[in-house]
Ligand binder design. Structure first.
Ligand SMILES: Cc1cc2nc3c(=O)[nH]c(=O)nc-3n(C[C@H](O)[C@H](O)[C@H](O)COP(=O)(O)OP(=O)(O)OC[C@H]3O[C@@H](n4cnc5c(N)ncnc54)[C@H](O)[C@@H]3O)c2cc1C
Ligand SMILES: Cc1cc2nc3c(=O)[nH]c(=O)nc-3n(C[C@H](O)[C@H](O)[C@H](O)COP(=O)(O)O)c2cc1C
Length: 645
């Protein structure tokens, strides 16, 4: 069914796969007009075979501005960009719909120095600014803005618009009693709360005619006290269908009080929201789009075959692999580079105001510059030392360019530190970094030698054209009093299961990303009785994005893990740990600690690189061996280097 066409309104969509809306931050201030970077990004997904693409949240009025780089369609100067986008998508028989959006209170005045607006003067649970309660003339102005934006979209030759009624944004704020406490005709009973949405939709249909797609995205449940629940969402959909102006329903969930639900991370099971699309589908004849963690074609097929939805939204799946659809169609499912629900490159980066990226796919945002992998002018023999994410990705891409690559790994398996991460229950899916690359290396016939530690003599004897050192990193030496005791162990050794750990542990959380919390989860699910993480920073996990952090905190608090911020390690006498407050310097003791676990930053395994410098024709290093960072950086380094060698 996945590859069968379906009609939305009067428009035929060639298959059932939809790239649902996702903010990329590729737009540039102050104009925030759709640009070539964004067009190339979406065009690549069209080329990869999807039937329908919904653009990111697209501002209809200057009073909304979620993040620095989203795009607007509010005035006519936006039209040429969308004309170009329409041509780029239609070239591949992919249809394109623009998501019309106003954030209401779920934005921040910091972006544009304008106060935020909402149906009622209640602050956004996340951005926390008190909005101006919209006056009737504001409401009229916003309805006009949606309609004018839709007209611009139509003039540009795009196929339609999606009215964003989900995720707690302005329209959802009106729909929901959680945010709408108005006493006028736009508040109160459901019909009144729907009035704003209804007038927008009616206005668009009246101006744009019946052949223009008008979709509606709804949160089937906001998962908040007093908010929209599934029963009410069904009522809303019935009324929307009854009014006869909408062509499809896209079923999502959540608002900014429940942001982790909007884009579920790896802790959410695959397809966890499908029962909600199924429930919505049971009350409407309109085509229904299901989303959330549908990251594999067989599951997508099942969703359709069992009648839970008419189309499947595969958003992150197509970020991670733009060829998702074509690979699925060609039966190359094992070659799909799956989304792991890690959020590290996508939502985490956009909430930091960076451009969107993806751990799995280093090309995201660089489709114009990096997508094509061309044959190397001179085919070389290349030795790659280290089979972690950096070495594997380099070998994969360099081989595609025609180089003769030999990959050496000292352990009996590939994957490097990925094998430590996946020992943590909630992080198993991160192993997709390794699985995908292992499959490709084997399929491409790359010579891999496991269990061989490479040294200078070996490399010089082989005399290759180029040497790539991807030997990763190791724990750095600690200097506090007692740091060299045998019961002071690095988290990497704990996760390798190579050293025994006592029942009462403290974790020195110098690393503010995943190490301290990963090892805490690992220990508390493997028999530890007392686990305390302390860090010199204001909170544990400072570099973890707030969506993942919510999940991490839920798990660790539930497991009884103690968090102690603003605290520095001073000494360990084998029994008691002495710490001091980072600001007052006041010392205190944590008693009866069997093991101290270090979760710190690493140092590069750069000795082989240094030893070979000046002795081989071409020498490179990458990933943690260049500077210990993340797998996302390692893969990006590797991909870029492999295109250049
Ligand atoms: C607990 C934990 C959680 C993490 N969480 C994340 C996360 O959520 N997101 C993220 O992006 N990153 C995360 N990281 C960091 C990430 O795993 C590393 O940055 C990444 O693995 C670095 O890749 P690499 O290939 O450069 O090095 P490594 O993964 O260290 O691989 C190097 C490989 O080289 C091999 N090797 C070394 N010397 C030789 C030699 N002489 N001969 C042959 N082989 C050799 C090693 O055995 C190893 O397999 C985490 C790390 C840890 C420890
Ligand atoms: C980086 C990112 C940005 C998103 N931005 C939007 C958006 O602009 N509008 C919207 O309706 N949904 C947005 N979403 C939600 C997605 O459309 C989709 O519902 C969600 O990612 C779950 O589907 P998936 O598991 O296939 O990724 C965003 C998701 C991601 C990952």
């Amino acid at each position: 069914m996945l590859f069968s066409p379906i009609k939305i309104g009067s428009t035929m969509i060639k298959n059932r796969v939809v790239v649902t809306a996702h903010l990329t931050n590729f737009g540039k201030q102050p104009e925030n007009i759709i640009n070539d970077k964004y067009i190339s990004y979406l065009e690549r997904r069209a080329k990869g075979g999807v039937g329908l693409i919904i653009t990111e949240v697209t501002g209809v009025h200057p009073s909304t501005h979620p993040l620095s780089g989203n795009t607007f369609v509010r005035d006519e100067k936006c039209i040429p960009g969308y004309e170009k986008l329409a041509r780029s998508l239609h070239k591949y028989d992919c249809k394109g719909v623009v998501q019309l959006w106003h954030g209401g209170r779920q934005t921040h005045s910091g972006f544009n120095r304008m106060h935020v607006i909402s149906p009622s003067a209640i602050p956004c649970p996340l951005n926390r600014q008190v909005p101006k309660e919209m006056e009737t003339e504001d409401i009229r102005e916003m309805i006009d803005a949606y309609v004018k934006s839709a007209i611009n979209v139509q003039k540009a030759g795009m196929d339609g618009v999606e009215v964003h009624g989900a995720h707690g944004y302005l329209i959802c704020q009106f729909l929901s009693e959680f945010s709408n406490k108005r006493k006028d005709e736009y508040g109160g009973d459901l019909d009144n709360r729907m009035r704003f949405a209804r007038e927008i939709i009616e206005g668009i249909r009246a101006e744009c005619g019946k052949d223009f797609i008008v979709g509606f995205r709804i949160s089937a449940d906001e998962f908040v006290e007093g908010g929209i629940n599934l029963d009410e969402a069904k009522e809303i959909v019935k009324k929307i269908e009854g009014a006869g102006n909408v062509d499809y329903i896209s079923v999502s969930a959540g608002n900014y009080a429940t942001t982790p639900i909007i884009v579920g991370n790896a802790s959410y099971p695959i397809g966890w929201l499908v029962p909600y699309s199924s429930a919505i589908k049971s009350v409407t004849d309109l085509p229904v789009i299901a989303v959330q963690r549908i990251n594999d074609p067989q599951f997508a097929e099942k969703v359709l075959a069992e009648g839970h939805a008419d189309l499947v939204g595969i958003c992150r799946g197509n970020i991670a692999d733009p060829d998702f659809v074509n690979k699925a169609r060609e039966g190359r499912e094992d070659e799909i580079r799956k989304c792991m629900g890690c959020l590290q490159g996508c939502t985490s980066r956009i909430f930091q105001q960076f451009e969107m990226s993806c751990v799995q796919n280093p090309v995201v945002g660089f489709e114009q510059e990096l997508d094509e992998i061309s044959q190397a002018k001179k085919k070389k023999t290349i030795i790659v030392v280290g089979g972690g994410p950096a070495g594997m990705e380099f070998a994969r891409v360099a081989n595609l360019r025609g180089h003769q690559v030999k990959l050496y790994e000292k352990e009996s398996h590939l994957g490097g530190q990925i094998n430590l991460i996946t020992n943590v229950k909630s992080r198993e899916e991160f192993g997709e970094v390794k699985r995908y690359r292992e499959v490709m290396l084997k399929k491409q016939g790359i010579v891999i030698t496991l269990g061989k530690e490479i040294d200078e003599t070996f490399v010089l004897a082989e005399n290759p054209d180029a040497v790539v050192i991807a030997t990763g990193s190791r724990p750095r030496t600690q200097s506090f009093e007692g740091a060299n005791r045998k019961n002071v162990i690095d988290c990497m050794d704990v996760l390798k299961n190579s050293k025994s750990v006592g029942k009462r542990v403290v974790i020195v959380g110098e690393d503010t990303f995943r190490k301290a919390t990963d090892v805490a989860e690992y220990l508390s699910s493997n028999g530890a009785e007392y686990v305390e993480i302390f860090t010199q920073y204001p909170f544990v996990g400072m570099e973890i994005d707030f969506i993942n952090l919510t999940d991490v905190y839920q798990k660790l608090y539930a497991a009884g893990v103690k968090f102690t911020p603003n605290t520095i390690m001073t000494a360990y006498d084998g029994k008691n740990v002495t710490v001091k407050n980072a600001y007052s310097g006041l010392e205190s003791t944590i008693q009866d600690i069997d093991t101290v676990i270090i979760a710190s930053w690493n140092e590069a395994n750069s000795e082989l690189y240094t030893a070979l410098k000046g002795k081989v024709k071409e020498l490179y290093r990458l990933g943690d061996c260049l500077a210990p960072r993340t797998a996302m950086d390692a893969i990006y380094d590797a991909y870029k280097l492999a295109r250049e060698v």
